[in-house]
Structure formats: structure tokens, C-alpha cells
Design a protein around this ligand. Structure first.
Ligand SMILES: CC(C)(COP(=O)(O)OP(=O)(O)OC[C@H]1O[C@@H](n2cnc3c(N)ncnc32)[C@H](O)[C@@H]1OP(=O)(O)O)[C@@H](O)C(=O)NCCC(=O)NCCS
Length: 176
């Protein structure tokens, strides 16, 4: 996984030393459930997830350049189509509202289209996740459809997926 850099962030691969930083935000009830996953109950659970991140190699750690602290994650997940990937992200609540995920996602999308030669990137949010909706809009994604009860989350609740996509041409034309 290539390390990437933005004005305020380093996007890099995970290592097991990141467990404490990951646990710090992954235990929050306000973070994971918005993306469909269960808050981590303890650091042992975090270490298992971290091991999975390392093995899957689809997710970058979002690190603050100023301190080196890991404050979130961003990933490009494989989809059924060859030149398409799905974007996912979470950020520690302490750093919300500073445009950091927009900054990280813009960098990842540039990398995905230019280096990985993707043709399309998709993203989804749950209907109540207005924060994620705003990030998606600011990145120029186009609304595609809402799939009813498409995701069953960890506690069994079913949510609609609000689905968006952006093509390489659309992204380049935006000149973000
Ligand atoms: C979604 C998320 C990644 C957004 O990251 P971010 O870097 O805070 O995004 P931005 O700074 O661009 O803010 C996005 C919107 O969140 C809202 N917001 C900002 N600070 C906020 C805060 N402290 N509390 C609640 N909402 C806030 C604003 O409406 C903002 O929109 P605006 O730019 O029009 O003002 C982050 O909120 C998060 O990690 N949420 C939990 C996990 C999640 O939802 N992941 C995505 C699953 S689809």
C-alpha cells in the first residue's frame, strides 16, 4: 500500500502499534454505528480488527501530520466490478468538522483514478448520516438510488443505503 500525503495528513498502512489510537475512537458509540459496525468493547477486539486491516490491505490509517496520531481510517473496498471500488471512512469524533475526511478522500480518489486506473468510485451512507452525506456531496458524487433495507448492521437493524458514484471523467472535470 502506497503512503499518501495531504496538507494536514499522512495516509499510511496500518501496523499493530496503532491499536491504542484505533481503540480510542473505535470504542465510541457515535463512530462505528454510523458506518454499520459495533463499537469495540476492548483493546483485544481492536487488535483483531487491526490484524484484519493489515491482512486485507484495503484501508489506510489517517494520521495527523502534526502529531503522528492515528485519527481515522479510509479505504477503497473491492466491488463486483473490476474497475470500481467503494469508498469508506471514519474519523475520531474529536476531529469532526475540520474537513479532514474530505481532504483524505480527495487524495485517495486522485490516487485511485490516476494510479490504480479505476473508472468509477461508489459510496453509500445511511439516510440519517447527514455528516457523511455532506462529505459525499462536497466530493462531487452523483446520487444514484436508495436501496431499501439493504444493510443489516451488527445489532440486526436494517437500514436503507443511499448510493452514489463518480466516474473518472466527472472527478477530473470537477477540478476539486
Ligand atoms: C462522516 C465523517 C467521516 C465526516 O468527517 P469530517 O471530517 O468531520 O467531515 P467535514 O468536516 O467535512 O464535516 C461534514 C459535515 O459534518 C457536520 N459536522 C461538522 N462538525 C460536526 C460535529 N462536531 N458534530 C456533528 N456534525 C458535524 C457538518 O454538517 C459538516 O457539513 P458542512 O461542511 O456542510 O458544514 C465523520 O463525521 C465520521 O467519522 N462519522 C462517523 C462515521 C461515519 O459516519 N462514517 C461514514 C459512513 S458512510
Amino acid at each position: 500500500m502506497e503512503q499518501l500525503e495531504t496538507g494536514r495528513l499522512i495516509l499510511r498502512e496500518w501496523n499493530m502499534n496503532d491499536a491504542a489510537d484505533l481503540y480510542e475512537y473505535a470504542k465510541s458509540k457515535k463512530v462505528g454505528p454510523m458506518a454499520g459496525w459495533k463499537p469495540h468493547a476492548n483493546i483485544e477486539e481492536t487488535k483483531k480488527i487491526l490484524q484484519m486491516f493489515i491482512e486485507e490491505n484495503e484501508t489506510w490509517a489517517i494520521c495527523l501530520k502534526a502529531t503522528g496520531k492515528v485519527i481515522g481510517s479510509i479505504g477503497l473496498h473491492c466491488s463486483s466490478r473490476e474497475h470500481e471500488r467503494s469508498l469508506g471512512y471514519v474519523l475520531s469524533e474529536d476531529f469532526w468538522g475540520k474537513g479532514l475526511v474530505y481532504e483524505a478522500a480527495k487524495c485517495i480518489m486522485e490516487y485511485a483514478f490516476r494510479i490504480l486506473k479505476l473508472e468509477i468510485i461508489s459510496v453509500v451512507h445511511f439516510p440519517f448520516n447527514i455528516q457523511s452525506k455532506r462529505v459525499i456531496e462536497k466530493l462531487g458524487f452523483q446520487y444514484i438510488e436508495t436501496k431499501e433495507k439493504a444493510t443489516k448492521i451488527f445489532d440486526g437493524t436494517e437500514y436503507d443505503d443511499v448510493c452514489y458514484a463518480i466516474t473518472k471523467e466527472e472527478f477530473y472535470n470537477l477540478n476539486l
